[in-house]
Design a protein around this ligand. Structure first.
Ligand code: GLA
Length: 395
């Protein structure tokens, strides 16, 4: 199924390239979106995340030209734009798809890529604004293309960090490192336990064919460039400052509970405590989940996923009623009905849930989720299953 989707996307991209510019592209690259199994809003606290790449990606087909700029058609936006091939480009105040592309081009050139003029087509089947890192897949795909056209290799970690800077500077979104790391470093059949402080990934096999990853899009678009994400981030930073550490990662759950009075006594103290409690307890859940997944202890994995969701809903307050409804439907189906666990995934405020389900029950569960979501929320959910996919690559 997924191979077919990928082949279709690839063929369409090549056909569009031929239509727009004539001939076949000389270079084709792909970079995946991601789903985070657990470890939400922990990356910018130096904590642990546990994402995997999904079988949905951004493909770019390109050929060098003798022009002094780049011309790129985005099939998703149905728009063509010209891009400046310089390292020092002032980011535009308005953020749209061109911001990510121009950012990745400029940062790559600054990093030494000798990029010639080129024509390209961008085509993605990562749902936009669905919390599956469509933007990281775009940045990483462009950076991978720049390596190829510009005759350099940045190294995977360097490339991920560079793309994070693109997001900060050009998209004005102060994200952590999770999305760019997984889009760059992912390996087929592995989830990645990433220690965001040391930036050292541990690849953990996720191959049990009896368990599938089901992604359910609430079709509530999330928008993270607003004030909510930076507000959560600064709460955590403020809590860390009061507790005398540079990152919340450095506080154990016991130490946090022992220092509760100190936090609660500060301005906005109850809120700071709730936010910090989420970040610190989420690290514990993430490590437990990774250990449980290694030994196939699905009950523990599921319990951690639900606990993560509850904390994101109540302590971190980044869920929304539609997403809560999807998680409750899944929880209601339960282990006997084939659902191991379910939670919101990504930055929040809409987007998708991730559920681990028994493979032989995927169709049944999909039907129930769709029907009940429609009944309770009045919206259509879009659902697909995926296996852990490969990171950015040249095709
Ligand atoms: C967004 C950010 C990530 C991470 C998640 C929440 O996806 O880009 O860096 O903070 O939200 O876990």
């Amino acid at each position: 199924m997924s191979d077919r989707l990928f082949e279709e996307l690839l063929e369409e991209t090549k056909r569009l390239f031929n239509e727009k510019y004539g001939g076949a592209p000389q270079v084709v690259v792909a970079a995946p979106g991601r789903v985070n199994l657990i470890g939400e809003h922990t990356d910018y606290n130096g904590g642990f995340v546990f994402p995997m790449a999904i079988e949905r990606c951004t493909i770019i087909a390109a050929s060098p030209t003798t022009a002094s700029s780049a011309t790129i058609f985005s099939n998703n936006m149905n728009a063509t734009s010209d891009f400046i091939l310089k390292g020092d480009v002032t980011p535009s105040n308005e953020v749209d798809w061109t911001s990510y592309v121009q950012g990745a081009i400029s940062f790559s050139i600054k990093k030494g890529a000798k990029v010639p003029g080129f024509n390209a087509v961008i085509n993605s089947n990562v749902p936009l604004g669905g919390g599956l890192s469509s933007s990281a897949s775009l940045e990483v795909a462009v950076a991978t293309l720049m390596e190829e056209l510009g005759g350099v290799s940045f190294g995977k970690v360097e490339k991920a960090l560079m793309c994070q800077q693109v997001e900060h500077v050009f998209a004005k979104m102060t994200c952590g490192i999770m999305d760019q790391f997984i889009s760059t470093l992912a390996e087929k059949d592995y989830a990645m336990l990433l220690d965001c402080r040391s930036q050292k990934p541990e690849m953990i096999p996720f191959v049990d064919p009896s368990v599938s990853v089901l992604i359910t899009n609430s079709n509530v678009k999330h928008q993270l460039t607003g004030s909510e994400y930076p507000e959560r981030r600064s709460c955590c930073e403020e809590a860390a400052r009061i507790l005398g550490v540079s990152l919340l990662r450095d506080v154990s759950l016991d130490a946090l509970l022992a220092s509760k009075e100190r936090l609660v006594g500060a301005d906005n103290g109850d809120l700071l405590f709730k936010r910090a409690f989420h970040a610190v307890s989420e690290d514990v859940r993430t490590l437990k989940t990774a250990e449980a997944l290694k030994v196939g202890d699905w009950e523990t994995v599921g319990a951690q996923m639900y606990a993560s969701h509850d904390s994101l809903r109540d302590n971190y307050e980044v869920s929304c009623p539609e997403i809560d409804a999807l998680v409750e439907i899944a929880r209601g189906i339960g282990m006997n009905g084939g659902v191991i666990g379910s939670r919101i995934t990504g930055g929040g405020f809409g987007g998708c849930t991730v559920s681990l389900v028994k493979t032989d029950k995927v169709d049944e569960i999909t039907q129930i989720l769709k029907k009940e979501y429609k009944r309770l929320v009045g919206k259509d959910a879009t659902i697909f299953s995926t296996r852990p996919a490969q990171g950015a690559r040249v095709l």
